[in-house]
Ligand binder design. Structure first.
Ligand SMILES: [Zn+2]
Length: 215
């Protein structure tokens, strides 16, 4: 989904991490902008525990202001296209509760997809997107580096190790000076670090170089 650009996902993941151990909620507009909502589930649970047995640890309800904004957006030329919320420590899946919240008489209340963020110990690991397929909410692939990495259990250091193990002939080494100095000494590496970092922008292959130290 095009609206879920990396900058939008970063904002959503940061919101999910900040809100931990509670669920966060919000939405994404058609232009890709993100609105960080307010989860009033704790307030509802405190006032009416029987009507709202879930707290914000395992439930979310948008504030009245958020709900008004959401509804108003559907009458504008920049409608909401994704509603997101987080699942602390239980994984990203579309729960029965999520489905109840999204449907009325078996039909979607809003013409949106739902993004569920997987947040563990305060860290957002990825997300899954669910879209209505005419019968139920089905998993919909989208371009999310975080999710791909966590699902494949691959971390950045692993990737670096794999690339480093590739035969030398398969690697482009655009800067001979840099490659040589990396092999020789740490001091030499530091001396070319800023050059390498500049070159990194033009060649993603040159991954062994570090950004220059901040002063
Ligand atoms: Zn949920």
């Amino acid at each position: 989904m095009d609206v879920l650009r990396p900058t939008a996902l970063e904002q959503i993941y940061a919101h999910a991490s900040r809100s931990y151990p509670e669920e966060c909620c919000g939405f994404v507009f058609a232009d890709g902008s993100v609105y960080l909502g307010s989860n009033i589930q704790n307030e509802l649970h405190r006032k009416h525990p029987q009507m709202y047995p879930r707290s914000a640890a395992n439930g979310y309800t948008f504030s009245v202001a958020d709900t008004l904004l959401l509804n108003k957006a559907f009458r504008s030329d920049n409608p909401v296209v994704v509603i997101y919320h987080s699942h602390p420590d239980v994984g990203a899946y579309f729960s029965a509760e999520d489905q109840d919240k999204a449907l009325f008489m078996g039909e979607p209340i809003y013409p949106v997809s739902y993004l569920v963020v997987d947040v563990r110990q305060g860290q957002a690991l990825g997300a899954k997107l669910f879209a209505w397929d005419g019968e139920h909410f089905a998993l919909k692939p989208f371009n999310d580096l975080h999710t791909e990495l966590s699902m494949n259990a691959v971390s950045f250091p692993d990737i670096l190790v794999r690339v480093a193990k590739l035969p030398e002939s398969t690697l482009e080494v655009p800067d001979r000076h840099c490659a040589k100095s990396l092999k020789t000494s740490a001091a030499a590496t530091r001396s070319c670090a800023s050059t390498c970092f500049t070159r990194k922008t033009t060649s993603s292959r040159n991954i062994s170089c570090s950004p220059p130290a901040r002063s």
